[in-house]
Ligand binder design. Structure first.
Ligand code: AVJ
Ligand code: FE
Length: 438
């Protein structure tokens, strides 16, 4: 096998799988058994479901579909099929208890690492560039982010290891509030990124008119001005479905915020503190983002605008993998990988800046864009229809750029996330845009 022959690729795969597993252990290891089994919110699975589902998908894609092996425990497959049981129903299933789930994922991983050492992995298309392994590493990391969301929803004393907060940025005072992204065609999506998922493909040209974009994500400080101006009580700023949801769900501030006298507080991973003004706002719905933008006399960027701002290099005319270039993310570029349990202050990471001058397009907070989640022209569902294709349509809005809770393996300039516009337990923020010329 030529595919498996490349030692560098094998090592990259092994490292990516190991990093995901270390994180999975960090999110489940310090949790008491009842808290692993309990459902902390009807929006989420019990943590022990995520754990065994991670192993089950790894077994399915790597041992069975790629390697052609027989199922290890066919009787548990239906329990961990995300389409068979909605999240709310998962706590009543006869799930593997925590110890058994740990043994199962460990055994799957052992067999996967044995397979990785083989000269040939199996199915040629799934093997190309190590795609199936990359997909599985991304899948585990996505569920790690899901589990971190569950930890944030969970009440009670903190259990997670607390990494140090990010260093404050040095030069924010000199930053212009918005940057201009010049008009013209650019290449959106990718046909060359080996581990890109189906919804990022293929590369295609999109013409985007010149527009202005916020230099950084919208901060808590800016968002508090919207609150103070009565933004949540003024239907002028809200779309029709947005206002209906604001009324029905009685939204008054971002999720986890509470009021104490004149001060806004918020709870984060079990700690209550004053809302830090310099940090990007997080835990807002699409509708809240949309209303804030309207109040500002602005709008959310489209998905194509966002990607052009993040990838287009006007000098070479080509699209980069990341705002800073083609180099994989390092800690100096972006706040990724749960290196911190919070977003960094707006204006951080000058070394991660895009050619337009926009910062923090990658990392910190997921950014709502105004586009529905739709296939690109020439889209082909591969290798599993249920990853994206079943979600395309007007029900879901796209989020871009990843958050502090996203590992670099599951984050790039082309990466697409999506959710219902009413969701805000996710690490969702936004930035705003406007039409205009330089
Ligand atoms: C891409 C984050 C919307 O969590 O529903 C995990 C990722 N898909 N397992 C999700 C996913 C299958 C997905 N999102
Ligand atoms: Fe999954």
């Amino acid at each position: 096998g030529s595919a498996a022959g490349a030692a560098g690729l094998t090592e990259l795969i092994a490292r990516s799988l190991e990093r995901a597993r270390d994180r999975t252990h960090g999110l489940t290891g310090p949790v008491e058994e009842p808290d692993l089994i309990r459902q902390h919110s009807p929006l989420m699975s019990p943590l022990v479901w995520d754990l065994a589902h991670i192993g089950n998908q790894e077994e399915l894609w790597l041992l069975r579909n790629l390697g052609g092996r027989e199922p290890m425990r066919p009787e548990i497959d239906p329990l961990y099929d995300a389409f068979e049981h909605p999240r709310a129903a998962r706590p009543t299933l006869p799930l593997l208890p925590p110890d058994e789930a740990r043994r199962y994922v460990h055994e799957v991983r052992g067999r996967v690492l044995d397979m990785l050492e083989q000269p040939r992995w199996g199915d040629e298309e799934l093997s190309r560039g190590g795609f199936a392994f990359g997909m599985v590493a991304q899948h585990e990391q996505q569920h790690d982010e899901t589990m971190l969301i569950t930890h944030q929803l969970r009440t009670g004393p903190p259990v997670l290891h607390r990494p140090p907060p990010p260093a404050p940025p040095a030069d924010t005072l000199s930053l212009a509030p918005e940057v201009f992204v010049p008009g013209g065609p650019f290449t959106m999506g990718t046909s060359t990124e080996a581990w890109a998922l189906d919804n990022e493909r293929p590369a295609h040209e999109v013409d985007v008119a010149g527009f202005w974009l916020d230099t950084t994500p919208v901060t808590n400080g800016a968002y508090m001005e919207f609150l103070a101006d009565g933004g949540y009580d003024d239907p002028r700023w809200w779309s029709e479905p947005g206002w209906a949801h604001r009324q029905k769900a009685d939204l008054v501030a971002p999720l986890y915020w509470s009021r104490e006298g004149e001060q806004w507080l918020r709870r984060r991973f079990g700690v209550v503190e004053p809302v830090p003004a310099a940090e990007p706002v997080v835990h807002v719905t699409y509708y809240e983002a949309e209303a804030y933008a309207a109040w500002k006399g602005r709008r959310l960027p489209t998905e194509a605008e966002w990607e052009k701002a993040a990838r287009h290099d006007p000098v070479s005319g080509r699209s980069r993998r990341y705002p800073w270039g083609d180099e994989d993310p390092l800690p100096r570029h972006a706040n990724l990988g749960q290196a911190h349990l919070q977003p960094s202050a707006a204006g951080s990471y000058p070394e991660g800046e895009a050619p337009s001058g926009a910062r923090q397009l990658i990392g910190d907070v997921w950014e709502w864009v105004s586009s529905d989640f739709l296939p690109y022209p020439g889209f082909v569902a591969w290798p599993y229809r249920e990853y994206s294709e079943v979600f395309f349509g007007p029900d879901y809005k796209v989020l871009r750029g990843g958050s502090f809770a996203v590992d670099p393996v599951a984050c790039r300039g082309t990466f697409r996330n999506w959710d219902y516009p009413i969701r805000r337990q996710i690490f969702s923020g936004f930035r705003t845009a406007r039409d205009g010329v330089l």
